[in-house]
Design a protein around this ligand. Structure first.
Ligand SMILES: Cc1cc2nc3c(=O)[nH]c(=O)nc-3n(C[C@H](O)[C@H](O)[C@H](O)COP(=O)(O)O)c2cc1C
Length: 338
């Protein structure tokens, strides 16, 4: 094995062998089909869709239909569901598998108020018996592999991640993603990886390490420290979908790729915007595009002035033209007002 060979592995989830060990984290409002496709194109081995509620009353809504739309997406297609009622979760899993989900991921890692108030997401970590019942019900309901996403525990005093991992494995989960924070931590402080290492050592199913992985070197350090089978990247992929290519290259060779050139960023972004318009339609597409444009232009000279202007634009044609113009001027090396 080459010195880097041990990092340059792939990961298996049930019958699927991923192309590498890099996963795009599920992010509500971000990891829609256009963004998942882009990240997969740029090196993500797996991209988990935004969460779908287990409340069947919502399944007919346009939002949920869009979230369950995987047309043309690179396989395997993983869909996240959230909820606290085992029977409803089983039904949601079945529904999504019927719609083409090839992996069902259960969200017990998200601290969002909307989710926690109804005892779902990471709030479930407090009730281990219920976690087991949900997993057993979902695993029994579908043929496809079921995976689970958790935090390290409810709060620092009750970091029960290892117990949850063991019961998830016993209930038939086929992989586990762990965000290195407790529910109580929200997004504050630094993610810690010791609990993830302990979880990896406690179970035989693949473990995915998540939290604050921002660059290729950190990805390798986290893999090394935790022994995890893969890393999952969320916020660092916003406006930087090529981070997967960068990590993949570094894990394979031990060398860092140069930053993408401005004209490549422009082309990736233009393609992304066009896909957003066609996925959402112009009205919603322009609005969804705004946050991506902000992320892509963050740190670019003149980015703040550009964002201020483009956020007021209502039409796709104008949004596209202004974006192209901004990046063309950057590529030409023009001095733009900060
Ligand atoms: C905007 C946003 C939306 C998120 N939505 C979800 C979600 O729907 N389901 C989930 O399990 N986690 C969700 N998360 C948590 C991420 O999947 C991930 O665990 C967290 O951001 C830590 O990883 P990072 O440091 O790489 O961003 C969300 C995070 C962000 C920033």
């Amino acid at each position: 094995m080459t010195p880097h060979g041990r990092y340059n592995k792939s990961m298996r989830i049930g019958p699927f062998t991923l192309r590498n060990r890099l996963v795009l984290a599920p992010m509500a409002g971000v990891t829609d089909r256009p963004f998942r496709q882009l990240c997969k194109q740029l090196g993500a081995g797996l991209a988990v869709s935004e969460m779908v509620s287990s409340n069947s009353l919502l399944w007919g809504s346009e939002k949920t239909r869009r979230r369950a739309d995987h047309c043309g997406e690179v396989e395997p297609k993983s869909v996240q569901i959230a909820g606290a009622d085992p029977r409803m979760m089983a039904e949601a899993a079945r529904y999504n598998a019927d719609q083409g989900a090839q992996i069902i991921d259960i969200n017990m890692g998200c601290p969002a108020k909307k989710v926690c108030n109804v005892l779902a997401g990471s709030a479930l970590l407090r009730d281990e018996a219920l976690v087991a019942r949900i997993l057993e019900a979902v695993v029994a309901a579908v043929e496809v592999p079921v995976t689970l996403k958790i935090r390290t525990g409810w709060d620092k005093a009750s970091r029960n991640g290892v117990r949850i991992a063991r019961l998830a494995e016993a209930a038939g989960a086929q992989a586990l993603a762990v965000h290195g924070r407790t529910r109580a931590c929200g997004y504050t402080g630094e993610a810690e990886y010791d609990t993830i290492a302990a979880i990896k050592a406690a179970v035989a199913i693949p473990v995915v390490a998540n939290g604050d992985i921002t660059d290729p070197e950190k990805a390798r350090r986290v893999l090394e420290h935790t022994g995890a089978d893969a890393v999952m990247i969320g916020r660092a992929a916003q406006g930087r979908p090529w981070i997967f290519r960068e990590i993949e290259h570094y894990l394979a060779t031990g060398r860092l790729l140069p930053e993408p050139e401005v004209d490549e960023i422009r082309d990736v972004m233009i393609g992304h915007l066009i896909n957003l318009y066609s996925f959402y339609g112009e009205h919603t597409g322009v609005r969804v595009a705004r946050k991506h444009i902000s992320w892509y232009s963050k740190g670019q000279p003149g980015g703040a002035v550009f964002r201020n202007t483009i956020n007021r634009v209502e039409g796709a044609e104008q949004q596209l033209a202004m974006t192209r113009e901004f990046f063309d001027r950057l590529a030409a090396g023009e001095e733009l007002a900060a």
